[in-house]
Ligand binder design. Structure first.
Ligand code: UDP
Ligand code: GLC
Length: 395
């Protein structure tokens, strides 16, 4: 099947990293069209996935844009739409991986008469989006998409609550190659030496720096933890959150934690770094649509604590394969950290169990199989299928 993937971002966020795994099996007959240049293009090239930057002009609409701003951007989109329509005629399916890609993909689908698939990586709620953006996304998906692939039950539920048609949705979790997360002791020792972590209890936070990802909650929690607890903040401000980065540095200085917190910026060696941690903390203050980092920590065999909201609840069962804490509550997080410092045996058993289950539940080959089955239905024109939840099938 020939697929035209569309993604608005030039930067490698979670949705883009997921797209690499989805596009890979189709790379000899697919194209990923991007609406911005950047490191994501390089990553796709490294995986031998054909990629073309279709525009370098930034699309002005933001997640919180109002109607006027949205309308003003339409004129600017015409050359991009013409390009996508022309390209789409050479492919069987248009696969939109982000919201702006949905807008362009929907118009192109109508004009080129190619079916549209929308991979929904977001929780479409007012916490994350303006009401106009919500309405546009749901209306376009309802009208033009043959299939909406939601990255979690939480994202699917929010889509339906916002007026999305349940019968066009399917829930497919992100897939992972568990081999990539098996790191040798030698490599782990080297990282711990390089980062001066020996003898310390290391809590890792792996995420772009953004207020709703809650790095400030971990910093606060650290000030309530024993002195041997240190933290690694891995990730960069991908979407211009420079003020927040500044605030984080000020908070660290104010709490006198300079010697216990390292900012590592964006890194490509996530499995190695995660494996060198004693605990991975996910601290999102708003519901996380899925949360790749949670699964990645499990695959590394590193214990994980996540905030109890959105997709994270589908991934973590408290005390069984990880820990759950209350979003925005640094005291509760500090309590979990302290438990993990003290209860090493139980925590290790939980992490071992999590690794085992996660390597089956999120196996990339199985997930790609699910996507392939869905795309075959779309290709033969079968829209309005019932909700497909592959998770339920396994029960
Ligand atoms: N990540 C990375 N380098 C970094 C920080 C994060 O490669 O320095 C990856 C991380 O391993 C994960 C993804 O970025 O696969 C983030 O995805 P997630 O679903 O956790 O959150 P998102 O940023 O997409 O909301
Ligand atoms: C988005 C979501 C994140 C999810 C990722 C992959 O970036 O914010 O929660 O894990 O997509 O589906």
């Amino acid at each position: 099947m020939k697929i035209l993937f569309l993604d608005q971002s030039g930067k490698p966020g979670g949705a883009e990293l997921c797209l690499i795994d989805i596009a890979k099996p189709y790379r000899d007959r697919a194209l990923v069209g991007l609406f911005a240049d950047g490191d994501f293009k390089t990553l796709l090239q490294q995986h031998q996935i054909p990629v073309e930057v279709l525009t370098t002009k930034p699309i002005q609409v933001q997640k919180q844009s109002n109607l006027l701003q949205a309308l003003a951007s339409i004129k600017q989109l015409v050359p991009l739409i013409i390009k996508v329509v022309k390209l789409a005629k050479k492919y069987d399916v248009i696969y939109a991986n982000t919201q702006k890609a949905l807008v362009i993909g929907a118009i192109a689908s109508f004009l080129s008469r190619r079916p549209l698939v929308y991979h929904l990586h977001d929780i479409l709620s007012l916490e994350h989006f303006s009401s106009i953006n919500l309405r546009v996304a749901v209306t376009l998906a309802n009208t033009f998409a043959s299939l909406v692939i939601a990255n979690s039950q939480a994202s699917q539920t929010a889509f339906v609550q916002a007026g999305g048609k349940p019968e066009i949705t399917a829930i497919v979790y992100n897939g992972f190659d568990s081999q990539k997360y098996q790191i040798s002791d030698v490599e782990i020792q080297k990282i711990r030496q390089d980062l001066d972590l020996e003898g310390k209890f290391v809590v890792g936070h792996f995420s772009r720096l953004a207020p709703w990802k809650g790095q400030h909650i971990l910093i606060e929690a650290l000030s309530q933890s024993p002195p041997q607890v240190t933290a690694l903040l891995v990730g960069d401000a991908l979407f211009g959150e420079q003020d927040y980065v500044e605030e984080l540095h000020q908070q660290v200085a104010k709490l006198g934690l300079e010697n216990r917190i390292q900012f590592l910026g964006f890194r490509a060696d996530i499995p190695q770094l995660m494996s060198a941690c004693n605990l991975v903390a996910h601290t999102s203050t708003a519901p996380e649509p899925f949360g790749r980092v949670i699964v990645e920590a499990m695959l590394c065999g590193t214990p994980v604590v996540a905030t109890k909201a959105g997709g994270a609840i589908e991934l973590v069962e408290h005390g069984v394969n990880g820990f759950l804490t209350t979003p925005g509550d640094s005291q509760k997080l500090a309590k979990v950290i302290n438990t993990c410092v003290q209860e090493i045996e139980i925590t290790t058993a939980i992490a071992d169990y999590a690794r085992n289950i996660a390597s089956q539940r999120f196996d990339i080959a199985t997930i790609n199989q699910q996507i392939s089955q869905l795309l075959s239905l779309v290709k033969i024109g079968l829209s309005n299928t019932k909700v497909v939840n592959f998770e339920d099938d396994q029960d």
